[in-house]
Design a protein around this ligand. Structure first.
Ligand code: ADP
Length: 272
């Protein structure tokens, strides 16, 4: 039985995926704690509980995410860029540009048709353009980040934020709440401010179709829709798996590749 696992210890969430005989057999997602090894251990326990698979049945494991070097039980640590690229192209074989927006950074990854990395850029210097920006604004509004997309879809008059700086935008949100602006319009403004910041980064590289989004922010339909409009092209939705799990999926695929190398089997790049 070919059972492999991928772990993605991110700044906000830790994800794990098991791939068994080329199919996702189970996954787990928890909030990251201060120590990556503890987060990875907790997510592993949750994953094994959810799948009924024994740790000893897993023949190869790969870790990714900012905490990857601290996971002691993995066979190899691989960068998020490689793992998001691999996972995204497995789920959408035509993907050439991958926009990954997580809790503390935003990356644009360009791949060729064989999955080789052509270029990548990243913004990890500023909270605007990351999930953290959305989380801070949602907290000020006393709503969950997961509600931002649905609420903004109901907006009739989106608010324009004067600044995309997290500190100033936060003050702006408070001002608009106090002047009783509709929540939906504030949410639409927040998503647009975020999309504008990300579009600035994306426009600094020549993007190529098909484009898809990974990371937790890919679940915010408001950001995806506005970003699509700003870029003037369709962003393909990942439907076969939770987009937040793509890094862990990519890590599991690398684990599968390593397991096959070990056993001398030819690596077969077939997809779901
Ligand atoms: P990291 O890998 O850096 O920990 P993630 O890829 O897990 O980050 O993304 C975390 C971000 O995803 C959060 O900051 C939040 O804004 C966003 N997010 C998570 N779940 C949802 C959801 N259901 N709907 C909309 N946004 C979400």
């Amino acid at each position: 039985m070919n059972i492999v696992a991928g772990f993605d210890v991110g700044s906000l969430t830790t994800k794990a995926v098991i791939i068994k005989n080329k199919k996702i057999a189970g996954s787990a997602l928890i909030r990251s704690g201060p120590k990556p090894i503890e987060s990875a251990t907790r997510v592993m326990e949750k994953l094994l509980d959810a799948t009924g698979i024994l740790q000893s049945d897993i023949i190869s494991t790969v870790g990714t995410g900012y905490g990857r070097e601290k996971i002691t039980f993995i066979d190899k640590a691989i960068s998020e860029i490689s793992c998001h690229g691999k996972g995204a192209q497995w789920l959408i074989p035509s993907a050439r540009t991958i926009i990954d927006i997580g809790g503390q950074d935003c990356k644009v990854i360009k791949l060729d048709r064989d999955g080789n990395l052509i270029k990548f850029i990243t913004n990890d210097k500023c909270a605007s353009g990351t999930g953290r920006f959305l989380d801070v604004m949602a907290k000020v509004m006393n709503i969950e980040s997961s509600e931002l997309g649905k609420l903004s879809a109901k907006s009739t008059k989106p608010i324009t934020f004067a600044s995309i700086c997290t500190v100033w935008a936060q003050a702006d949100v408070i001002k608009h709440i106090n002047s009783r602006k509709p929540v939906e319009d504030i949410c639409a403004g927040i998503n647009t401010a975020m999309a504008n910041r990300v579009a600035m980064l994306i426009n600094s590289v020549k993007i190529e179709n098909d484009i898809c989004m990974t990371g937790g922010v890919a679940k915010n339909t408001g950001v995806v829709k506005t970003l699509s409009k700003l870029l003037g092209c369709r962003i393909k939705q990942i439907k076969k798996a939770d987009p937040q799990l793509v890094g862990a999926i990519g890590a599991a695929l690398f684990a599968e590749q390593m397991a096959k190398k070990k056993t001398g089997e030819k690596y077969d790049n077939s997809r779901m």
